[in-house]
Design a protein around this ligand. Structure first.
Ligand code: HEM
Length: 449
């Protein structure tokens, strides 16, 4: 029989009696800096048992061997308003149908066509730095802001292609809304907060209306022109085009004949891609720059051999994974590695903690050592499931190729022209607010080579 709440707590709360701080996600930290917790234990949020799983063998069961027994949990309503009701939160047939439609945008062949555009975007920004540093020979840049703009530009092109200008205006509104929502997110557990007509909520509601209206207008225009409009050369399979084509031919795909993708679905998917892609990729670039600034010998190594960039990015994603955890809910009672899991239990997979578990990595687990990835991702740790910055299984990140390609191009371009070090006011303070980010920003000083 399912264990009772009291028995669950007895079994899985670590017997050490250590004080564990739980933030609103349920991610457990001993303190801001101690990243590796490693143990399996239960935290209760009201009536929902939440079990933290950090054993890679059990993680494999959840994402690969028994994935059909689990589903994603729902984000709070306030968050869904911003993240969109798209791929991130959809389930079942509707999720599978949308994933099939959207996937080709992120295929390597399609992304390759975007390389000249990405390079141009970066080149323009880097030239600006060069102008700024002409007298002093160096310039200090707050890289988190800079990378956010860069990433925003690329995601806008991948999403909207030939409608880039309109798309840019829409995503600017969404960026503003994300700022308000991130502040409101901290109050997500105040019952009914999202209905209160506070100043921030009112701004957020207005922005949401505007985003929806502009997107629907754009979709309507593209639907009318679909087939005769010359799509962008740099991104012929832009996301909007693929979704619009699918919306005009419901039932073309046999397995989805009862599932049309509606203009409203398209709005939600555009919001989701922007939400899921922007801060994650810019965080990866920010942390990589910080780590390279701390370890200048790796700047030289990457300049000598560009292949090392992949190792550097992986090590950055290991130490500072932008998404710190994933959550799944048990759809039925089940056995998991000898544990009885009652239906409805939420399983939290602490990516951050697993990436810092000394039992899975070597004694230098907290050090920056890209060489551990020299033989590929599967051989970097003692278990192939110990590295999962982009998630695992069928629901792994759809934008992984885009994120990695963009990061490689940006870092390579910067390394070709500059050497860099941390700004004098840099404070190392990784903190989690939705994503893992440097709480006090990342000022970096660049010098021309
Ligand atoms: C899913 C991380 C970039 C779009 C995920 C998941 C993770 C992740 C961990 C799985 C979540 C789960 O299973 O609960 C990252 C990181 C990125 C990144 C670390 C950059 C360094 C992007 C980009 C896009 C994107 C650039 C789009 C342009 C998505 C979407 C999903 C997802 C739509 C949901 C996929 C599904 O459930 O079918 N991402 N992501 N991500 N990501 Fe990313």
């Amino acid at each position: 029989p399912p264990l009772t709440r009291a028995e669950l707590v007895d079994c899985w709360i670590p017997p050490t009696g250590e004080v564990i701080k739980v933030n609103f996600y349920g991610v457990v930290f001993k303190d801001q800096g101690a990243l590796g917790t490693g143990s399996t234990f239960v935290v209760w949020f009201g009536p929902t048992p939440r079990l933290t799983i950090s054993d890679p063998a059990l993680i494999r069961e959840i994402f690969v061997l028994k994935s059909e027994l689990f589903e994603k949990n729902e984000s709070p309503q306030l968050v869904r308003k911003v993240e969109g009701d798209g791929l991130l939160s959809l389930k079942g047939e509707k999720w599978a149908h949308h994933r099939r439609i959207i996937q080709p945008t992120f295929h390597t062949e399609n992304l390759k066509l975007m390389i000249p555009m990405m390079a141009k975007s970066m080149e323009d920004a880097v030239m600006k730095w060069c102008e700024e540093m002409s007298n002093a020979g160096k310039v200090e840049i707050e890289v988190s802001d800079w990378f956010q703009n860069l990433v925003e530009d690329v995601i806008t092109r991948a999403t909207f292609g030939s409608s880039y200008e309109d798309g840019k205006a829409i995503f600017e509104l969404q960026s503003q809304q994300m700022v308000h929502a991130t502040e409101a997110y901290q109050k997500v557990f105040i019952p009914g907060y999202r209905f209160l007509p506070t100043k921030k909520n009112r701004i957020s509601w207005r922005l949401e209306k505007e985003i929806r209206k502009s997107l629907l207008k754009l979709i309507d225009r593209r639907r009318k022109n679909s087939g005769c409009q010359s799509v962008s050369d740099e991104c012929p399979n832009d996301l909007l085009e693929l979704m619009i084509k699918a919306s005009l031919k419901p039932g073309a795909d046999e397995s989805s004949q009862f599932l049309a993708i509606t203009p409203n679905d398209i709005v939600e998917e555009c919001k989701t891609i922007f939400f899921a892609g922007k801060h994650t990729t810019s965080n990866l670039l920010t942390w990589t720059s910080v780590l390279l600034a701390m370890h200048p010998q790796w700047q030289d190594q990457a300049r000598e051999e560009v292949l090392r960039l992949g190792m550097i990015l992986n090590e950055s994603l290991r130490l500072y994974p932008p998404a710190v955890a994933m959550i799944r809910r048990a759809k039925m009672d089940m056995q998991l590695g000898g544990l009885h899991i009652p239906r409805g239990t939420e399983l939290l997979i602490p990516i951050l903690a697993v990436h810092h578990d000394p039992a899975l990595w070597c004694h230098d687990v907290h050090e920056f050592n890209p060489a551990r990835f020299a033989k590929g991702v599967a051989h970097a740790a003692k278990h192939p499931m110990a590295f999962m910055p982009f998630g695992l299984g069928a629901r792994r990140c759809i934008g992984q190729n885009l994120a990695v390609l963009q990061a490689k191009l940006a870092v390579a371009m910067i390394l070709q022209r500059f050497s860099f070090e941390l700004g004098p006011n840099y404070q190392h303070s990784p903190s989690v607010l939705m994503l893992l980010q440097p709480q006090h920003g990342a000022p970096i000083v660049f010098r021309k080579l």
